[in-house]
Design a protein around this ligand. Structure first.
Ligand SMILES: *Cc1c(COP(=O)(O)O)cnc(C)c1O
Length: 228
């Protein structure tokens, strides 16, 4: 009998978790394009660490599955800061002090772990802080009670454009910044996605963010009909 989509998903999850567990690297299951049934399938299989790129989806899914960690990895609008303050396990995409202050102010109880997103390619159209401004933002965050800076997050340029050496160099730069700010290798290094996670691990990632490789294709290109 042909495998169901659930069996295929669990198979991919087991292989990836096996590889990452062996490397001592945490996996974030990026569920932004995944339907609820796929999330539920992974939870039933034993996964509990997910990431969303929209504050509203994070709030909704954290409400539905409060036993899981929900990591925020996307850009944020000011009026959605409360969703992150209340529902995120970790905020990976902090890129300015005003928003950091807003989230900190709305945070009740334990400080929220936060990572600064760095614009590794230094392209104005990309998200993140320019490398030369990371230390200043880190300083500002350290003065906020509701947040606890735990590391850096970044995206490499596309593998097909920059080549493996370009991607490796970008990840190496992020590791260098992390070492400067946190002293040695303390501090999380969240880097690597479906297309480049193995390079990221070789360059010292402590967490990788996997969407497509884990869940399969996005809805736009999805040919499966049995999700409904
Ligand atoms: C969507 C997304 C990912 C996952 O990308 P894949 O290539 O599908 O693994 C990782 N990080 C961020 C910030 C994302 O928005």
């Amino acid at each position: 009998m042909a495998e169901t989509w659930q069996q295929q998903l669990i198979g991919r999850w087991r292989r990836l978790r096996g590889e990452l567990d062996a490397a001592g690297v945490k996996m974030l299951a990026v569920s932004k394009y995944a339907p609820e049934q796929a999330v539920q399938t992974l939870i039933d299989a034993g996964e509990s660490r997910f990431a969303e790129s929209r504050a509203q989806s994070l709030r909704d899914r954290a409400g539905r599955w409060p036993g899981c960690e929900w990591h925020m990895i996307g850009p944020m609008q000011r009026n959605k800061a409360k969703y992150i303050a209340c529902h995120a396990a970790m905020w990976h995409s902090c890129e300015d002090l005003a928003m950091a202050g807003r989230v900190a102010e709305l945070r009740a109880g334990k400080a929220l772990p936060v990572l600064i997103q760095v614009n590794l390619a230094a392209l104005p159209q990309q998200h993140g802080v320019m490398p030369e401004n990371v230390a200043g933002l880190a300083e500002g965050i350290s003065r906020l009670d509701g947040l606890r800076l735990v590391g850096l997050m970044g995206m490499a340029p596309r593998l097909d454009a920059a080549g493996e050496e370009g991607v490796r160099a970008a990840f190496g730069r992020l590791r260098g910044l992390r070492d400067d700010i946190f002293g040695g290798s303390l501090g999380e290094l969240c880097m690597g996605m479906s297309g480049d996670y193995r390079i990221a691990i070789e360059e010292g990632a402590t967490m990788v963010r996997l969407g497509t490789l884990l869940f399969g294709s996005t809805p736009e290109t999805d040919t499966r009909t049995d999700y409904a």
